[in-house]
Write a protein that binds this ligand. Structure first.
Ligand code: ADP
Length: 336
């Protein structure tokens, strides 16, 4: 439900921001979790507001989607004994509020979640891989592009199968992330075509599918896809598949951060920033303190090519807003 609400907020907001709030309250002995998503987007007119929870209703058709998200989310909320409501001002923004009764449980009784290993860089000495991202939705393409960018891949994107085929012909990517439902030419057709061409078999094609049906899964493989990943795409799976099919060796966060000491720079036992000049370290610390990505990226550009893993690692920290880790790295580099 939240993915849907946040997705809509992002979709319909050009300027301003999106705020997500969560609050627990007790009403007549019931504990209620109230979550709201507020945006400063285009808003919804009074007339439309009564309609948006109906299936297949879209007030604007220019942003993709199915008009099903809110209808389904509201049904889910009601099934959980809660509600989903909306408040909006046209041209000013919208707030969706989800209220669900919850039961507070003892933390000890919860199953322990195994933390997901996060890839942060590619180990040195590996080829530069060309990766093509195909999806008709800009946001989906951006998600993958932004996720893969810091690793130094060569990346291109296409918004339908036809474009994908053209790019494949001239650029021969090593791997394609292929959405299946797309206008002009869908992912099945594009995959079938590519795989039937000379050299096509050596391009790995991994389908991205929102379907949960077994028959669809079989169809995907029958059309020539090497594998598939379910949408919404999980970050870990993307890296798992890249290792599996291209043999890429990733460096994971837990190999860089020494669990015992909490020190970030334990990789190879030396601090990757140890040889950087003092003024550079000072500037980096300052930029990290005020959490400003752009100046940090400029500073990272000064890191020499031999230290590309370090640069990639830092870029990743910035992308994930881990400014604290950067500060810690700098401090460790200054006082080894
Ligand atoms: P869709 O998959 O088309 O986004 P939804 O059921 O999630 O379907 O949304 C239905 C419609 O409600 C959207 O097409 C849009 O017109 C309107 N809508 C939903 N969320 C917002 C929002 N945050 N701001 C403006 N309009 C919205």
């Amino acid at each position: 439900m939240l993915i849907n609400l946040i997705g809509n907020a992002v979709k319909f907001t050009e300027v301003g921001g999106i705020t997500i709030q969560a609050q627990v309250s007790t009403e007549f002995e019931k504990v209620i979790l109230k979550t709201s998503v507020t945006d400063t987007g285009r808003g919804i007119s009074e007339q439309d507001i009564t309609e948006i929870f109906r299936s297949f209703i879209q007030t604007q058709h220019d942003k993709g989607g199915t008009g099903l998200g809110l209808a389904i989310s509201q049904k889910f909320a009601e099934l959980m004994g809660g509600s989903l409501s909306v408040d909006s001002n046209l041209g000013q923004g919208t707030t969706f509020t989800l209220e669900t009764p919850i039961t507070i449980v003892d933390e000890q009784s919860l199953p322990k979640a195994t933390p997901e290993r996060r890839a942060i860089a590619i180990a040195e000495g590996q080829p530069t891989y060309r990766i093509l991202v195909v999806d008709d939705r800009w946001t989906n393409r951006q998600f993958l592009m932004k996720l893969l960018e810091p690793f130094g891949f060569e990346l291109r994107d296409a918004s339908n199968g036809k474009e994908a085929v053209t790019i494949w012909e001239e650029w021969t990517p090593h791997l394609i992330w292929m959405d299946l439902r797309m206008p002009v030419m869908d992912g099945y057709e594009a995959t079938k075509y590519i795989k039937s061409q000379p050299g096509g078999q050596s391009t790995i094609i991994i389908a991205l599918t929102a379907s949960v049906f077994e028959h669809e899964r079989n169809l995907v493989l029958a059309e020539g896809c090497d594998d598939f990943v379910r949408k919404p795409v999980k970050e870990v799976l993307i890296f798992e598949k890249l290792s599996q099919y291209l043999g890429i060796l990733f460096i994971y966060e837990d190999t860089i951060r020494n669990v015992k000491t909490g020190r970030v720079a334990s990789l190879l036992g030396i601090n990757p920033l140890a040889n950087m000049p003092g003024t550079w370290l000072q500037d980096l610390r300052q930029a990290a303190l005020i959490a400003k990505p752009t100046p940090i990226f400029h500073l990272i550009d000064h890191i020499s090519a031999e230290n590309s893993t370090v640069a990639a690692h830092l870029r990743n920290l910035v992308k994930n807003y881990q400014f604290h880790d950067i500060i810690q790295l700098v401090d460790e580099a200054r006082e080894p």
